[in-house]
Design a binder for this molecule. Structure first.
Ligand SMILES: Nc1ncnc2c1ncn2[C@@H]1O[C@H](COP(=O)(O)OP(=O)(O)OP(=O)(O)O)[C@@H](O)[C@H]1O
Ligand SMILES: [Mg+2]
Length: 382
Protein backbone atom coordinates (compact mmCIF):
# COMPACT_ATOMS: atom_id res chain seq x y z
CA UNK A 1 0.00 0.00 0.00
CA UNK A 2 1.29 3.45 -0.81
CA UNK A 3 -0.01 6.78 0.32
CA UNK A 4 0.07 9.66 -2.08
CA UNK A 5 1.34 12.83 -0.48
CA UNK A 6 1.01 15.92 -2.63
CA UNK A 7 3.24 18.82 -1.70
CA UNK A 8 2.34 22.34 -2.74
CA UNK A 9 4.38 25.46 -2.20
CA UNK A 10 5.26 28.42 -4.41
CA UNK A 11 8.90 27.81 -3.56
CA UNK A 12 10.03 24.66 -5.33
CA UNK A 13 12.78 24.24 -2.75
CA UNK A 14 10.15 23.21 -0.23
CA UNK A 15 9.30 20.15 -2.29
CA UNK A 16 13.00 19.34 -2.60
CA UNK A 17 13.35 19.52 1.18
CA UNK A 18 10.38 17.24 1.74
CA UNK A 19 11.67 14.91 -0.95
CA UNK A 20 15.12 14.64 0.55
CA UNK A 21 13.61 13.87 3.96
CA UNK A 22 10.95 11.41 2.87
CA UNK A 23 11.90 9.84 -0.44
CA UNK A 24 13.24 6.84 1.44
CA UNK A 25 9.84 6.07 2.91
CA UNK A 26 8.51 3.73 0.28
CA UNK A 27 4.98 3.92 1.50
CA UNK A 28 4.91 7.60 0.56
CA UNK A 29 4.40 8.44 -3.06
CA UNK A 30 5.46 12.11 -3.24
CA UNK A 31 3.86 14.36 -5.82
CA UNK A 32 4.98 17.89 -6.55
CA UNK A 33 1.73 19.81 -6.90
CA UNK A 34 1.16 23.32 -8.26
CA UNK A 35 0.76 26.22 -5.84
CA UNK A 36 -1.92 27.99 -7.84
CA UNK A 37 -5.26 27.30 -6.10
CA UNK A 38 -7.19 26.54 -9.29
CA UNK A 39 -4.50 24.33 -10.79
CA UNK A 40 -3.99 22.61 -7.47
CA UNK A 41 -7.65 21.73 -7.27
CA UNK A 42 -7.50 20.26 -10.77
CA UNK A 43 -4.32 18.37 -10.02
CA UNK A 44 -5.84 16.90 -6.87
CA UNK A 45 -8.74 15.68 -8.94
CA UNK A 46 -6.31 14.06 -11.37
CA UNK A 47 -3.85 12.54 -8.92
CA UNK A 48 -6.29 11.78 -6.12
CA UNK A 49 -3.79 11.99 -3.23
CA UNK A 50 -4.66 10.92 0.30
CA UNK A 51 -2.60 13.72 1.84
CA UNK A 52 -1.86 17.28 0.89
CA UNK A 53 0.95 19.25 2.47
CA UNK A 54 0.65 22.98 1.91
CA UNK A 55 4.01 24.66 2.43
CA UNK A 56 4.93 27.84 4.29
CA UNK A 57 5.34 29.86 1.08
CA UNK A 58 1.57 30.18 0.61
CA UNK A 59 0.11 33.63 1.09
CA UNK A 60 -1.96 33.55 4.32
CA UNK A 61 -5.24 34.57 2.75
CA UNK A 62 -4.84 32.20 -0.19
CA UNK A 63 -3.96 29.47 2.25
CA UNK A 64 -7.06 29.99 4.39
CA UNK A 65 -9.29 30.17 1.33
CA UNK A 66 -7.73 27.13 -0.33
CA UNK A 67 -7.88 25.02 2.82
CA UNK A 68 -11.56 25.83 3.21
CA UNK A 69 -12.38 25.14 -0.43
CA UNK A 70 -10.22 22.05 -0.80
CA UNK A 71 -11.70 20.63 2.37
CA UNK A 72 -15.24 21.30 1.21
CA UNK A 73 -14.63 19.77 -2.18
CA UNK A 74 -12.47 16.85 -1.21
CA UNK A 75 -13.91 15.57 2.05
CA UNK A 76 -11.64 12.54 1.89
CA UNK A 77 -8.43 14.52 1.48
CA UNK A 78 -6.32 15.06 4.57
CA UNK A 79 -4.81 18.51 4.55
CA UNK A 80 -1.68 19.39 6.48
CA UNK A 81 -0.46 22.98 6.52
CA UNK A 82 3.10 23.94 7.33
CA UNK A 83 3.18 27.53 8.53
CA UNK A 84 5.52 30.13 9.92
CA UNK A 85 2.63 32.18 11.34
CA UNK A 86 1.31 32.26 14.90
CA UNK A 87 -1.38 30.35 16.76
CA UNK A 88 -4.17 32.51 15.42
CA UNK A 89 -3.47 31.29 11.87
CA UNK A 90 -3.13 27.66 12.99
CA UNK A 91 -6.48 27.89 14.79
CA UNK A 92 -8.14 29.37 11.73
CA UNK A 93 -6.71 26.66 9.46
CA UNK A 94 -7.89 23.88 11.73
CA UNK A 95 -11.34 25.49 11.89
CA UNK A 96 -11.53 25.66 8.11
CA UNK A 97 -10.49 22.09 7.48
CA UNK A 98 -6.76 21.44 7.94
CA UNK A 99 -6.28 18.19 9.81
CA UNK A 100 -2.96 19.28 11.23
CA UNK A 101 -0.89 22.43 11.27
CA UNK A 102 2.82 22.09 11.76
CA UNK A 103 5.39 24.80 12.25
CA UNK A 104 8.47 25.28 10.12
CA UNK A 105 11.23 24.34 10.09
CA UNK A 106 9.60 20.97 9.82
CA UNK A 107 11.12 18.19 11.80
CA UNK A 108 10.79 15.06 9.77
CA UNK A 109 9.78 13.02 12.80
CA UNK A 110 7.04 15.49 13.51
CA UNK A 111 5.73 15.34 9.95
CA UNK A 112 5.83 11.55 9.98
CA UNK A 113 3.91 11.52 13.23
CA UNK A 114 1.41 13.88 11.71
CA UNK A 115 1.04 11.66 8.67
CA UNK A 116 0.51 8.65 10.90
CA UNK A 117 -2.04 10.59 12.91
CA UNK A 118 -3.83 11.29 9.68
CA UNK A 119 -4.14 7.59 8.98
CA UNK A 120 -6.54 5.24 10.61
CA UNK A 121 -5.07 3.02 13.33
CA UNK A 122 -5.49 -0.06 11.16
CA UNK A 123 -2.97 1.41 8.78
CA UNK A 124 -5.48 2.28 6.12
CA UNK A 125 -5.64 5.83 4.85
CA UNK A 126 -8.41 7.98 6.24
CA UNK A 127 -9.76 8.19 2.75
CA UNK A 128 -12.07 5.38 1.79
CA UNK A 129 -11.80 3.63 -1.53
CA UNK A 130 -13.63 6.10 -3.69
CA UNK A 131 -16.08 5.12 -6.37
CA UNK A 132 -14.76 6.49 -9.65
CA UNK A 133 -16.68 9.66 -10.17
CA UNK A 134 -16.10 9.61 -13.90
CA UNK A 135 -16.61 12.10 -16.67
CA UNK A 136 -19.08 14.96 -16.75
CA UNK A 137 -22.17 14.76 -18.88
CA UNK A 138 -23.12 17.85 -20.87
CA UNK A 139 -26.49 17.56 -22.57
CA UNK A 140 -27.46 20.00 -25.30
CA UNK A 141 -31.21 20.25 -25.43
CA UNK A 142 -34.21 22.22 -26.66
CA UNK A 143 -37.78 21.20 -27.32
CA UNK A 144 -37.61 23.19 -30.55
CA UNK A 145 -36.12 21.72 -33.71
CA UNK A 146 -33.52 23.44 -35.84
CA UNK A 147 -32.27 25.88 -33.19
CA UNK A 148 -28.66 24.72 -33.39
CA UNK A 149 -28.41 21.90 -30.83
CA UNK A 150 -26.19 19.74 -33.01
CA UNK A 151 -23.99 22.67 -34.05
CA UNK A 152 -23.54 23.61 -30.39
CA UNK A 153 -22.95 20.00 -29.29
CA UNK A 154 -20.22 19.18 -31.81
CA UNK A 155 -18.45 22.52 -31.41
CA UNK A 156 -18.48 22.40 -27.63
CA UNK A 157 -17.12 18.84 -27.76
CA UNK A 158 -14.36 19.81 -30.20
CA UNK A 159 -13.70 23.00 -28.19
CA UNK A 160 -13.24 21.10 -24.92
CA UNK A 161 -11.10 18.42 -26.57
CA UNK A 162 -8.83 21.09 -28.05
CA UNK A 163 -8.42 23.24 -24.96
CA UNK A 164 -7.21 20.51 -22.66
CA UNK A 165 -6.12 17.00 -23.26
CA UNK A 166 -9.44 15.76 -21.91
CA UNK A 167 -10.95 12.65 -23.39
CA UNK A 168 -14.28 13.63 -24.93
CA UNK A 169 -17.08 11.56 -26.43
CA UNK A 170 -20.07 12.89 -28.35
CA UNK A 171 -23.15 10.73 -27.95
CA UNK A 172 -25.86 11.31 -30.55
CA UNK A 173 -29.17 10.60 -28.87
CA UNK A 174 -31.18 12.16 -31.66
CA UNK A 175 -31.72 8.52 -32.49
CA UNK A 176 -34.05 8.97 -35.41
CA UNK A 177 -32.49 11.86 -37.29
CA UNK A 178 -29.05 12.22 -35.75
CA UNK A 179 -26.81 14.66 -37.61
CA UNK A 180 -23.59 14.41 -35.64
CA UNK A 181 -22.07 11.96 -38.14
CA UNK A 182 -22.91 14.20 -41.11
CA UNK A 183 -21.65 17.34 -39.41
CA UNK A 184 -18.35 15.63 -38.62
CA UNK A 185 -18.10 13.87 -41.98
CA UNK A 186 -17.99 10.47 -40.35
CA UNK A 187 -19.20 7.20 -41.76
CA UNK A 188 -19.30 5.00 -38.70
CA UNK A 189 -18.72 1.28 -38.64
CA UNK A 190 -20.86 0.99 -35.52
CA UNK A 191 -23.66 2.95 -33.92
CA UNK A 192 -25.44 2.78 -30.58
CA UNK A 193 -27.81 0.27 -32.15
CA UNK A 194 -24.98 -2.28 -32.10
CA UNK A 195 -25.29 -2.28 -28.31
CA UNK A 196 -28.90 -3.37 -28.67
CA UNK A 197 -28.54 -5.89 -31.48
CA UNK A 198 -25.58 -7.79 -30.04
CA UNK A 199 -27.48 -8.64 -26.87
CA UNK A 200 -24.20 -8.47 -24.95
CA UNK A 201 -23.81 -6.66 -21.65
CA UNK A 202 -23.26 -2.95 -22.09
CA UNK A 203 -20.02 -2.30 -20.28
CA UNK A 204 -16.91 -0.20 -20.65
CA UNK A 205 -15.13 -2.64 -22.97
CA UNK A 206 -18.13 -3.12 -25.18
CA UNK A 207 -18.87 0.59 -25.47
CA UNK A 208 -15.22 1.42 -26.13
CA UNK A 209 -15.18 -1.08 -28.99
CA UNK A 210 -17.94 0.73 -30.91
CA UNK A 211 -16.73 4.32 -30.63
CA UNK A 212 -15.68 6.10 -33.82
CA UNK A 213 -12.48 8.17 -33.72
CA UNK A 214 -12.71 11.83 -34.67
CA UNK A 215 -9.35 12.90 -33.25
CA UNK A 216 -6.90 11.44 -30.77
CA UNK A 217 -9.02 12.50 -27.79
CA UNK A 218 -12.45 12.95 -29.30
CA UNK A 219 -14.67 10.03 -30.21
CA UNK A 220 -18.29 9.68 -31.21
CA UNK A 221 -21.06 7.22 -30.55
CA UNK A 222 -23.49 7.84 -33.33
CA UNK A 223 -27.21 7.35 -33.84
CA UNK A 224 -28.54 4.32 -35.78
CA UNK A 225 -28.24 4.71 -39.53
CA UNK A 226 -31.86 3.75 -40.16
CA UNK A 227 -34.52 5.86 -38.41
CA UNK A 228 -36.74 2.85 -37.75
CA UNK A 229 -34.10 1.40 -35.42
CA UNK A 230 -34.37 4.40 -33.10
CA UNK A 231 -37.31 3.00 -31.13
CA UNK A 232 -35.28 -0.05 -30.21
CA UNK A 233 -32.69 1.98 -28.30
CA UNK A 234 -34.24 2.27 -24.85
CA UNK A 235 -33.09 3.54 -21.45
CA UNK A 236 -32.07 0.00 -20.52
CA UNK A 237 -29.28 0.41 -23.10
CA UNK A 238 -28.72 4.15 -22.80
CA UNK A 239 -28.29 4.19 -19.01
CA UNK A 240 -25.45 1.63 -18.86
CA UNK A 241 -23.93 3.27 -21.93
CA UNK A 242 -23.69 6.53 -20.00
CA UNK A 243 -22.14 4.77 -17.03
CA UNK A 244 -19.56 3.22 -19.34
CA UNK A 245 -18.87 6.52 -21.08
CA UNK A 246 -18.34 8.23 -17.74
CA UNK A 247 -15.59 5.71 -17.12
CA UNK A 248 -14.06 6.18 -20.55
CA UNK A 249 -14.10 9.96 -20.94
CA UNK A 250 -13.70 13.20 -19.02
CA UNK A 251 -16.59 14.79 -20.87
CA UNK A 252 -19.57 13.26 -22.62
CA UNK A 253 -21.42 15.73 -24.80
CA UNK A 254 -24.91 14.55 -25.73
CA UNK A 255 -26.90 15.78 -28.69
CA UNK A 256 -30.64 15.30 -28.39
CA UNK A 257 -33.89 15.29 -30.37
CA UNK A 258 -36.29 18.21 -29.85
CA UNK A 259 -38.56 16.40 -27.39
CA UNK A 260 -38.76 14.86 -23.96
CA UNK A 261 -38.74 11.07 -24.29
CA UNK A 262 -37.72 8.34 -21.84
CA UNK A 263 -34.10 8.40 -22.97
CA UNK A 264 -33.91 12.17 -22.64
CA UNK A 265 -35.50 12.17 -19.20
CA UNK A 266 -33.01 9.62 -18.00
CA UNK A 267 -30.12 11.53 -19.61
CA UNK A 268 -31.24 14.84 -18.09
CA UNK A 269 -31.31 13.09 -14.72
CA UNK A 270 -27.72 12.09 -15.10
CA UNK A 271 -26.41 15.27 -16.70
CA UNK A 272 -24.00 17.56 -14.93
CA UNK A 273 -24.83 20.44 -17.26
CA UNK A 274 -27.82 20.98 -19.48
CA UNK A 275 -27.35 23.52 -22.25
CA UNK A 276 -30.71 24.80 -23.38
CA UNK A 277 -30.54 26.32 -26.85
CA UNK A 278 -32.96 28.94 -28.10
CA UNK A 279 -33.05 31.20 -31.11
CA UNK A 280 -34.38 34.75 -31.16
CA UNK A 281 -37.92 34.09 -32.28
CA UNK A 282 -41.04 34.02 -30.14
CA UNK A 283 -41.96 30.36 -30.78
CA UNK A 284 -38.49 29.27 -29.73
CA UNK A 285 -38.54 31.46 -26.60
CA UNK A 286 -42.01 30.17 -25.73
CA UNK A 287 -40.72 26.61 -26.14
CA UNK A 288 -37.76 27.25 -23.88
CA UNK A 289 -40.10 28.74 -21.27
CA UNK A 290 -42.16 25.54 -21.33
CA UNK A 291 -39.01 23.49 -21.29
CA UNK A 292 -37.75 25.33 -18.20
CA UNK A 293 -41.12 24.89 -16.48
CA UNK A 294 -41.11 21.18 -17.30
CA UNK A 295 -37.60 20.76 -15.99
CA UNK A 296 -38.57 22.58 -12.81
CA UNK A 297 -41.56 20.32 -12.44
CA UNK A 298 -39.38 17.27 -12.93
CA UNK A 299 -37.18 18.57 -10.15
CA UNK A 300 -34.01 19.30 -12.14
CA UNK A 301 -31.86 21.77 -10.26
CA UNK A 302 -31.91 25.13 -12.00
CA UNK A 303 -28.19 25.59 -11.52
CA UNK A 304 -27.28 22.81 -13.90
CA UNK A 305 -29.08 24.58 -16.72
CA UNK A 306 -27.30 27.06 -18.96
CA UNK A 307 -29.21 29.09 -21.47
CA UNK A 308 -27.64 29.70 -24.88
CA UNK A 309 -29.05 32.06 -27.43
CA UNK A 310 -28.13 31.08 -30.96
CA UNK A 311 -28.30 32.97 -34.26
CA UNK A 312 -28.28 36.28 -32.45
CA UNK A 313 -28.67 39.41 -34.53
CA UNK A 314 -29.97 42.92 -34.13
CA UNK A 315 -33.06 44.55 -35.63
CA UNK A 316 -35.38 41.55 -35.51
CA UNK A 317 -37.87 42.94 -33.02
CA UNK A 318 -36.63 41.03 -30.00
CA UNK A 319 -33.52 41.79 -27.94
CA UNK A 320 -31.36 39.56 -25.75
CA UNK A 321 -32.50 41.54 -22.67
CA UNK A 322 -36.16 41.08 -23.53
CA UNK A 323 -35.63 37.34 -23.87
CA UNK A 324 -33.82 37.23 -20.50
CA UNK A 325 -36.71 39.17 -18.92
CA UNK A 326 -39.26 36.88 -20.44
CA UNK A 327 -37.44 33.72 -19.32
CA UNK A 328 -36.40 35.25 -15.98
CA UNK A 329 -32.99 33.78 -16.57
CA UNK A 330 -29.62 35.09 -17.71
CA UNK A 331 -28.26 33.97 -21.05
CA UNK A 332 -24.89 32.32 -20.45
CA UNK A 333 -23.63 32.75 -23.98
CA UNK A 334 -24.87 34.23 -27.22
CA UNK A 335 -23.81 32.90 -30.61
CA UNK A 336 -24.24 35.26 -33.55
CA UNK A 337 -26.09 34.41 -36.70
CA UNK A 338 -23.11 33.67 -38.89
CA UNK A 339 -22.90 32.33 -42.42
CA UNK A 340 -19.64 30.63 -41.49
CA UNK A 341 -21.68 28.10 -39.48
CA UNK A 342 -23.62 27.05 -42.54
CA UNK A 343 -20.42 26.85 -44.59
CA UNK A 344 -18.79 24.66 -41.98
CA UNK A 345 -21.87 22.42 -41.67
CA UNK A 346 -21.84 21.90 -45.41
CA UNK A 347 -18.14 21.12 -45.31
CA UNK A 348 -18.51 18.68 -42.44
CA UNK A 349 -15.98 20.51 -40.28
CA UNK A 350 -17.00 22.19 -36.98
CA UNK A 351 -16.79 25.98 -37.23
CA UNK A 352 -14.55 26.07 -34.16
CA UNK A 353 -11.95 24.24 -36.26
CA UNK A 354 -12.77 25.59 -39.67
CA UNK A 355 -12.94 29.25 -38.65
CA UNK A 356 -11.93 29.64 -35.00
CA UNK A 357 -11.62 33.42 -35.34
CA UNK A 358 -15.07 33.87 -36.85
CA UNK A 359 -17.70 35.46 -34.55
CA UNK A 360 -19.50 32.13 -34.12
CA UNK A 361 -16.22 30.21 -33.68
CA UNK A 362 -15.15 32.57 -30.91
CA UNK A 363 -18.53 32.40 -29.13
CA UNK A 364 -18.52 28.62 -29.23
CA UNK A 365 -14.98 28.60 -27.90
CA UNK A 366 -16.11 30.85 -25.04
CA UNK A 367 -18.95 28.47 -24.31
CA UNK A 368 -16.44 25.60 -24.02
CA UNK A 369 -14.43 27.73 -21.59
CA UNK A 370 -17.53 28.41 -19.51
CA UNK A 371 -18.21 24.70 -19.24
CA UNK A 372 -14.63 23.93 -18.30
CA UNK A 373 -14.71 26.64 -15.63
CA UNK A 374 -17.95 25.22 -14.33
CA UNK A 375 -16.22 21.90 -13.95
CA UNK A 376 -13.38 23.51 -12.03
CA UNK A 377 -15.86 25.32 -9.84
CA UNK A 378 -17.63 22.06 -9.25
CA UNK A 379 -14.41 20.40 -8.29
CA UNK A 380 -14.28 23.01 -5.57
CA UNK A 381 -17.78 22.35 -4.37
CA UNK A 382 -18.35 18.68 -5.19
N1 LIG B 1 -25.12 30.55 -35.29
C1 LIG B 1 -25.58 30.15 -36.46
N2 LIG B 1 -25.50 30.94 -37.57
C2 LIG B 1 -25.96 30.53 -38.76
N3 LIG B 1 -26.52 29.33 -38.96
C3 LIG B 1 -26.65 28.50 -37.93
C4 LIG B 1 -26.17 28.85 -36.63
N4 LIG B 1 -26.43 27.82 -35.79
C5 LIG B 1 -27.03 26.86 -36.53
N5 LIG B 1 -27.16 27.27 -37.81
C6 LIG B 1 -27.75 26.50 -38.90
O1 LIG B 1 -29.00 26.00 -38.50
C7 LIG B 1 -29.19 24.70 -38.99
C8 LIG B 1 -29.76 23.86 -37.87
O2 LIG B 1 -28.78 23.64 -36.90
P1 LIG B 1 -28.74 22.28 -36.10
O3 LIG B 1 -28.86 21.14 -37.01
O4 LIG B 1 -27.56 22.33 -35.20
O5 LIG B 1 -30.08 22.43 -35.24
P2 LIG B 1 -30.75 21.34 -34.31
O6 LIG B 1 -31.37 22.06 -33.18
O7 LIG B 1 -29.79 20.28 -34.00
O8 LIG B 1 -31.87 20.77 -35.27
P3 LIG B 1 -32.71 19.40 -35.08
O9 LIG B 1 -33.72 19.68 -34.02
O10 LIG B 1 -33.33 19.18 -36.42
O11 LIG B 1 -31.75 18.35 -34.71
C9 LIG B 1 -27.84 24.19 -39.48
O12 LIG B 1 -27.90 23.91 -40.81
C10 LIG B 1 -26.89 25.31 -39.25
O13 LIG B 1 -26.15 25.59 -40.37
MG1 LIG C 1 -29.84 18.22 -34.33
Amino acid sequence: MTIKLMVSDPDRLFYKEVESEFSSILILDLINGPANPELLSKYIKKEDPELLLLGPGWDENDLKKSVRELNANNPELTIIAAVTGGDELSKKLIETGAKEVIKVPIESAKLLQTIQKCLKTDGKPVKQEKKREGGKIITVFSTKGGVGKTVVAINVAVGISKKESFEVVILDLDLQFGDVGVMLKQSPKYTIYDLVSSGEDVDKTRVKSILTDYSSNLKTLLAPLQPELADLVLPKTVTPTLTALRQLADYIVIDTPPLFNDNILSVLDQSDHVILVSTMDLPSVKNIKLCLQTMKLLGYPQDKVKLILNRVEKGIGLSVEEIEDSLKMKISQTIPNDKTVLLSVNKGVPVIEEAPKSPSGMSLSKLSDILLKKKEKELLSA
